[in-house]
Design a protein around this ligand. Sequence first.
Ligand code: R5P
Length: 293
Amino acid sequence: MIVVGGSASRKLSWEIARELNCRLSQPEVKSFPDGELYVRIPEDLSGEEVVVVQSTPPPQNQNLMELFLLLEAASEQDVRSLRAVVPYLAYARQDKIFKKGEALSLKLVCRFIEKAGAEEVVVVDIHERESLSHFSVPVKNVTAAPLLGRYFRGMGLRDPLFLGPDEKAVQQASRAAEELGASFESLKKERLTPELVVTSGKELRVRDRDAVIIDDIISTGGTIAEAAKILKKCGARRIFAACTHPVLSGNALQKMKDAGVERVVGTNTIENSHSLVSVAPVIVEGLRQARLS
Ligand code: R5P
């Protein structure tokens, strides 16, 4: 087996190759003066089980194009099998047509990944599980929630509460809480505009307790900030935020800090200074299961 590491997942692909005890290819990736991308995988891939690892955070379009080109370059060789690990799948939130006339972006992204040669796909904490039906090749969705939960072990949190800021995030909250034998809750969220979210829920029993708000993705930080304000009002002692995909657009960090969040913990599905937890173990597990299926 050989892991081909795309430029958005350099460290993660190294960790995955190390856990799989296999070779790592670091392909040549460059842009021509006019902005077009060029990729080259220098290794001979004939007869190999190839795993291309490339996340697609901002700049999404550039990272997606690199993913397509890496898959295409691998599929040009006589490989035994070709799989794509896309830890953060761009456009996952445009998984439906919400208003007449919109493009169903995710469907096209899934089609391109397949057309470029992927015979199987692994993603991490996809926004909506159902949206994976846009793939016609097998796809495995693995979760980082237990790994995020484990990060908070040994931090001396006082009677922690894991809080999902909306009903969908309750699953993540419960999986993370399980790692500490802690409790979990969720709020109700309504998004009025991309920037404006209104969150409500029952009275949270967090007085003098620590809280970890956990979600699949933090983009503008609006969802976490709203949840943090509710926790503060209910008397929480310390507030942390955790997520699988730390997109952290614009002033997200400041917004969360102003709302009382002490630390933001993300994973390396997006490699930045908040990727404090590695998803390599769950991806390797996913690859092993996918290979058996
Ligand atoms: C939405 O349902 C997601 O699970 C996240 O809650 C959302 O995408 C976070 O976005 P933002 O950080 O912009 O509020």
